[in-house]
Design a protein around this ligand. Structure first.
Ligand code: R2B
Ligand code: URA
Length: 310
């Protein structure tokens, strides 16, 4: 059984900043169909289409990722024909993908299975495109713990429902545990960007990644609930004591897959509510919309700085 201490679970340092693909079988495949992207190595020239990608931003909703690409295009001063940003994955409605200059913006849906499928295909895409030194950031929403709603959390460690920095995966019927450590320097740099922007509160903290939005996140308002309000609060308080500052549903597999493929990854999520105050998201739509622009603004600032445009 692999554990987070195992060499197999440690971050792989790929040579020359190349993507590391820990799958020997891939070399035997002549054509690789990235089915959920509606892209194939036989019909698309990956190096020509994606070879210059340096920053990949992923987030749950297709419309948010479209907004992000428009925002970043304007922020970087990159104009496109008619100001349009076509969906590169228009042949499918599973995921949406947009590109402007060195930035790729991809939606991943909700939950570990959905983001994992997307990441398998995204990482292969970057590998076939011969991309190097790519940074991947998940920009998303979350429930906060003890924070003012609208705060942005930069994830230090992604932890499971027992507050351990690991992801359990069942492979060939057996449980294995993969490390969910994230790039510390990158997290520091992003925290610094939040401070420089100085438009909203940005904090570093652990992020709990769950398999469910309701019982999995200790909510009392799902169709089913098997615990009392006291038990719920006790659990959320123990999460807070373990350093958890927000709760979402994708960071663990995101971190594990970045580690195994030598990608520098970070998770930047805005909190929509303080879970110590309640479960329902009742904040007006317009306020929530503004909250969701916050991780985008922070990562936009980071990309501009990295490109020397700040
Ligand atoms: C945050 O928000 C979604 C659930 O509403 C989920 O994708 C997540 O991680
Ligand atoms: N996303 C989550 O996963 N949980 C929340 O409470 C809010 C957004």
């Amino acid at each position: 059984m692999a554990t987070p201490g195992d060499p197999s679970a440690k971050k792989k340092k790929a040579e020359g900043g190349a993507i590391h693909i820990p799958n020997p079988h891939l070399e035997e495949i002549k054509e690789d169909v990235l089915y959920h992207f509606a892209l194939s190595t036989a019909t698309h020239d990956f190096p020509a289409l994606f070879g210059d990608v340096k920053f990949v931003c992923v987030g749950g909703s297709p419309s948010r990722m479209k907004n992000f690409i428009s925002f970043i295009a304007e922020d970087l001063g990159i104009s496109t024909p008619g100001g349009e940003h076509p969906n590169i994955c228009a042949g499918t409605d599973r995921y949406a993908m947009y590109k402007v200059g060195p930035v790729l913006s991809v939606s991943h849906g909700m939950g570990i299975p959905s983001i994992a499928i997307m990441l398998h295909e995204l990482i292969k895409l970057l590998h076939y495109a011969k991309c190097t030194n790519v940074i991947v950031v998940r920009i998303g929403t979350s429930g906060g713990l003890g924070l003012e709603p609208g705060s942005v959390v930069i994830t230090q460690q992604s932890v499971d429902a027992a507050f351990k920095p690991q992801l359990e995966q069942v492979i060939l019927g057996k449980s294995i545990f993969r490390s969910t450590a994230l790039d510390k320097e990158l997290a520091e740099e992003l925290l610094e960007c939040g401070k420089e922007l100085n438009q909203f509160s940005t904090v570093a903290g652990n992020t709990m990644c769950t398999l469910d939005f309701y019982e999995g996140q200790a909510r009392l308002d799902g169709a089913i609930c098997s615990y009392s309000e006291e038990e719920k609060l006790q659990y959320l308080k123990s999460a807070y004591e373990a350093g958890v500052r927000n709760i979402e549903m994708e960071s663990s597999v995101f971190a594990a897959m970045c580690n195994l493929c030598g990608l520098r990854g970070a998770v930047v999520c805005v909190t929509l509510l303080n879970r110590l105050d309640g479960d329902q998201i009742t904040t007006p739509h317009e306020v929530l919309k503004e909250y969701q622009t916050r991780p985008q603004k922070l990562v936009g600032h980071f990309i501009k700085k990295r490109l020397g445009k700040q």
